[in-house]
Design a protein around this ligand. Structure first.
Ligand code: BTN
Length: 266
């Protein structure tokens, strides 16, 4: 038996997933995009022990100490409409949250669109990037999850707001177990999406949505607005209620809840 043998990995390989590991890379998303541009097809999984130029949303960087985190990017070619592409970041965050919950007794929350939160801070995030090659739409779904960090392992500017599985549960979670579970859940949701089972995505997302019915502040089109979050619609947009009216937000960022603690309250 190869040293690398893992039953879940073997099952995923049978479905067409190909795992490529780096001890160090600039960014797993960048590597997956480079390979996609050179003709690599769906199923490629790039994961790394360390990223020297990890990227977050909105041009921010994503820093993680070597061996502390799950850092992974998956290349998929989902057969979906342009309108449904907004659900890709949603299913990636959902798959990450479910994978954590399935392997620990801890259920993380999701803050729209796809930030993963514990009770003590942000646990992880998602960066989705897409390209067209001729007719083929290729999406790189990147996920970073903090696994084994203690508070002092985070850069000082994030220390107050960052958390890890170890901080939340007192236990270490195996990076590879989490990787395989994440890919399995992602494959499940990608298939649901291709089959048009949007309602089941919206419903399952609601189960992890910790801002639903909460007052939130949203950075949107250069302004900060205050509104009540009402879950997501069938395109992954955030439904909000403001001054008695329902609105939809497709690109925005929740910048603050009344307090982080509240997100987990009733
Ligand atoms: C965010 O919350 O801003 C998103 C963070 C996404 C980080 C992951 S780590 C693996 C993948 N490679 C990257 O460079 N970024 C994503």
């Amino acid at each position: 038996m190869s040293q690398d043998f893992h039953p879940k990995r073997a099952q995923l390989e049978n479905l067409g997933f190909r795992f490529v590991h780096f001890s160090e890379i600039d960014s797993t998303n960048s590597e997956a995009l480079r390979r996609a541009r050179k003709g690599e097809r769906q199923g490629l999984v790039i994961y790394a022990d360390f990223q020297s130029q990890g990227r977050g949303r909105r041009g921010r960087s994503w820093k993680a100490k070597p061996y502390s985190s799950l850092l992974v990017s998956v290349l998929l070619e989902p057969k979906i409409s342009r309108e449904e592409q907004g659900l890709l970041p949603i299913i990636t965050g959902l798959a990450g949250a479910e994978a954590i919950f399935n392997l620990t007794d801890f259920k993380p929350g999701i803050i729209w669109p796809n930030d993963l939160w514990g009770k003590k801070g942000k646990l992880g995030g998602v960066l989705v990037e897409g390209i067209f090659q001729g007719e083929v739409f290729k999406a790189v779904l990147g996920l970073g999850i903090n696994l084994n960090q203690n508070r002092e392992d985070f850069p000082e500017e994030f220390r107050e707001r960052a958390s890890s599985i170890r901080i939340e549960t007192g236990k270490n979670l195996s990076r590879d177990e989490l990787l395989f579970e994440f890919i399995a859940r992602l494959f499940f949701w990608k298939t649901q999406l291709e089959q048009g089972k949007i309602e089941s995505i919206v419903e399952q997302y609601a189960d992890y949505d910790i801002i639903k019915d909460k007052e939130v502040r949203i950075f949107f089109q250069g302004n900060t607005i205050k509104a009540r979050a009402k879950g997501i619609d069938e395109k992954g947009r955030l439904k909000i209620e403001r001054e008695g009216k329902e609105e939809l937000i497709s690109a925005g960022e929740i910048i603050m809840l009344r307090s982080e603690e509240d997100a987990f309250g009733d």
